[in-house]
Design a protein around this ligand. Structure first.
Ligand code: THU
Length: 131
């Protein structure tokens, strides 16, 4: 299993690929599957702003497209001093596949960690579609 530092390095490397000409806010993400593979991605903005894709969701779509459905760790890398949590949309998106994923956020002067279920305690899950 990779060290947290290795995962963080993948996320930082992805951050360098960020396409963020509008916000200037560059984000990288690394998502580790239950079986230990790592998928990285960056945020990809668009002139039609609402089409922007966050780094975390971009990483998740890659992992899911490769057949993975369970995720152990998600690392988010940003360039500012303080660590930021993934946005609500990304939390919801990843919670589709289980909410016990451990989330790390690494910034210049700070690292934070949460369980996904603590970031989004009331995720809308497939179970709710049956009520
Ligand atoms: N962004 C992410 O990539 N992940 C998040 O969790 C929050 C926001 C991106 C979207 C946009 O390109 C930029 O950061 C500013 O919101």
């Amino acid at each position: 299993m990779k060290q947290n530092a290795d995962l963080a390095n993948v996320a930082r490397e992805m951050l360098r690929q960020a396409y963020a000409p509008y916000s200037g806010f560059r984000v990288g993400a690394a998502l580790e599957t239950e079986s230990g593979e790592v998928y990285g991605a960056c945020n990809v903005e668009n002139a039609s702003y609402g089409l922007t894709i966050c780094a975390e969701r971009a990483a998740a779509t890659q992992a899911v497209s490769a057949g993975h459905r369970r995720f152990r760790r998600l690392v988010v890398a940003t360039e500012g001093d303080r660590a930021v949590p993934p946005c609500g949309a990304c939390c919801q998106f990843v919670a589709e596949f289980g909410d016990d994923t451990r989330v790390y956020s690494v910034a210049k002067k700070e690292t934070q960690s949460w369980l996904l279920k603590d970031l989004i305690p009331h995720a809308f899950t497939k179970r709710l579609l049956e009520t």
